[in-house]
Design a protein around this ligand. Sequence first.
Ligand code: PGA
Length: 258
Amino acid sequence: MKTQTKKMAKNFVVANWKMQGNFKQNQVLLEAYVQSLSDLKETQVVACVPYPYLAQAQSLLQGSGIAWGAQNIGKNEDGPFTGEVSAAMLRDFGCEYVILGHSERATAYCESDENIAQKFMVAKAHGITPVLCVGETLIEREAGVMEMVVGKQLDTIIEMYGANVFVDAIVSYEPVWAIGTGLAATPDQAKAMHQFVRHKITHLDSDAGKRLKILYGGSVNPQNAVQLFAVQNIDGGLIGRCSLNAQEFEIICRAAEV
Ligand code: PGA
């Protein structure tokens, strides 16, 4: 089992392309990322592309300082699991990050918290940094139970593997109501939830709490990025729509540098 030894950056901006792009568009976009973002000092930029484009991301990003990753991982090592992609396969393409538990997957493909927890550990065992998505729905927020919901999502991993697995991991707080809606959380809403996540892990394992990165995701754009990233305990963002536009993405990534 390989453990992670690479040094964590101070901040992260992770592009989540979702199921978008094609070979030609990706080339233009990735070349623009390299052109505009290779000089960042404090911020690790990561492009999480659809599986078939990992080789393309590898060939265009290698040596640029921009990392690449996937949007899901198989929970098994290998075997007869049609349609799945293993951690070792991702490593074959130099993949260092993987988004896990995104609400678009959790709802559409019925991913349980236990499944996501297993994937989290498989990623870590292969030296791939998990970017674990947590967050509440609008109904849950209106009912005031967002901390309970996010707490439970974290507890599944903690109960199965212990809080120490959050050392050098990434959690992305993603209120479901903010994803793709144009309605981001306010800095105050994000601040409260990020503080909750930090305290929860720190209380159980102070080293893990210190070394965990907590990103915000959900309608981050060039207008709100500076304000959101300035909030205490927000270590960057997970960016969907705006990561497909090189100019907008650059502004967001530079906001994380400040
Ligand atoms: P969005 O997506 O930036 O388009 O809201 C965020 C996400 O999927 O995490």
